[in-house]
Ligand binder design. Sequence first.
Ligand SMILES: Nc1ncnc2c1ncn2[C@@H]1O[C@H](COP(=O)(O)OP(=O)(O)O)[C@@H](O)[C@H]1O
Ligand SMILES: [Mg+2]
Length: 150
Amino acid sequence: MDYKFTSRNENDTLELAQNIESEKFPNMVICLNGELGTGKTVFVKGFAQALGLTETITSPTFNIVKEYEMGELPLYHMDVYRLDEKKDTIGILDYFHKGGVTIIEWADLLNDELPEERLEIEFRFVDENTRVLVFKPYGKIYEDVCSSVL
Ligand SMILES: Nc1ncnc2c1ncn2[C@@H]1O[C@H](COP(=O)(O)OP(=O)(O)O)[C@@H](O)[C@H]1O
Ligand SMILES: [Mg+2]
């Protein structure tokens, strides 16, 4: 089952991410898709804040992965937009079972490499401050996350 959430402003997206963080578990994988400027990085910021991270989160566009180890669980923030085809994917897959939470911007670009069980969130631009987020849970544990948060 898919779930929809309408975000009316940046704060709604931050809060939603914080609510999902409250359902976190080791090896959680969250895949974010949607055009530039739809709020993927804002979501990661909300999640990171809830983990207790005080560092500034910026998109890891050039280094692909940023690791934050100081929160309640490690956070691996990826932006695979500039991933050079197969060349770099090998190291990336290891993160899915290192015990932290992995959040991937532009995850669709990894298609076949994604774990079978994951939460996908598609960000759709509606107008300047409105976004529709479509949640697709793959696997029972992610179904449960969605039904408790949404
Ligand atoms: N409802 C909303 N949710 C998230 N961001 C929003 C929203 N409305 C406006 N914004 C703005 O849109 C931009 C989203 O940027 P960002 O998170 O970097 O996008 P992406 O990572 O998807 O490219 C920010 O400037 C943010 O303030
Ligand atoms: Mg981004």
